[in-house]
Design a protein around this ligand. Structure first.
Ligand code: DAT
Ligand code: MG
Length: 145
C-alpha cells in the first residue's frame, strides 16, 4: 500500500495547526502509520532538501526548519502521494487554492506550514530518511476493505 511523508513544519506547530492538519488526513480516509514530534537535525534536513542545495533560499530554509519542533508523519492509503499533494496545495501559498492546507493557512512561500512528498520514489526515500522501519506500524483499519 502506498505511503507518504507529511510533516507539519515549525510554523505550523507554533501556530497550533497540528490538530487541524492531522484531522484533514484522517477525514480524507488515510491511515496513520508513524508519527514523531521533535526538533530535526541540520544533517537530516540537508539530506531531505539536498536537491535544493544550490537555491538562494536554501540557508534560510534550513534555519527555519531547525528553528523548532516538527510533527513528522507517515500516512498510508490509495494514491496517498498525489492526493496529499493536492490537499497540501501549491508550494507558493499565493497560488494555493482555498481548501488546501497552504491555501487556508499561509501567505508566504518561506512559511508554508506543511511538507508532503512529491512522488512515490521521493516518499520512499524520505520515509527511510525520517523513520526507522520498526517505527512504521502495520495495523488493520476497520474500514480498509
Ligand atoms: P514543496 O514543499 O511544495 O515540495 P519544494 O520541494 O520545491 O516545494 O521546496 C521545498 C520548500 O522550500 C518549500 O516548501 C518552501 C521552500 N521554498 C521553495 N521555494 C522557495 C522560494 N522561492 N523562497 C523561499 N522558500 C522556498
Ligand atoms: Mg518538495
Amino acid at each position: 500500500m502506498e505511503r507518504t511523508l507529511i510533516a507539519v513544519k515549525p510554523d505550523g506547530v507554533q501556530r497550533r495547526l497540528v490538530g487541524q492538519i492531522i484531522q484533514r488526513f484522517e477525514q480524507r480516509g488515510f491511515k496513520l502509520v508513524a508519527v514523531f514530534f521533535d526538533k530535526v537535525s541540520e544533517d537530516l534536513l540537508s539530506q531531505h532538501y539536498g536537491q535544493l542545495r544550490t537555491k538562494p533560499f536554501y540557508p534560510s530554509l534550513l534555519h527555519y526548519m531547525t528553528s523548532g519542533p516538527v510533527v513528522a508523519m507517515v500516512w498510508e492509503g490509495h494514491n496517498v502521494v498525489q492526493t496529499s499533494r493536492s490537499m497540501v496545495g501549491h508550494t507558493n501559498p499565493a497560488e494555493a487554492r482555498a481548501g488546501t492546507v497552504r491555501g487556508d493557512f499561509s501567505i508566504h512561500v518561506s512559511r508554508n506550514v506543511v511538507h508532503a512528498s512529491d512522488s512515490q520514489e521521493g516518499a520512499q526515500r524520505e520515509i527511510q530518511l525520517w523513520f526507522q522501519g520498526k517505527e512504521l506500524l502495520n495495523w488493520d483499519c476497520c474500514d480498509q476493505k
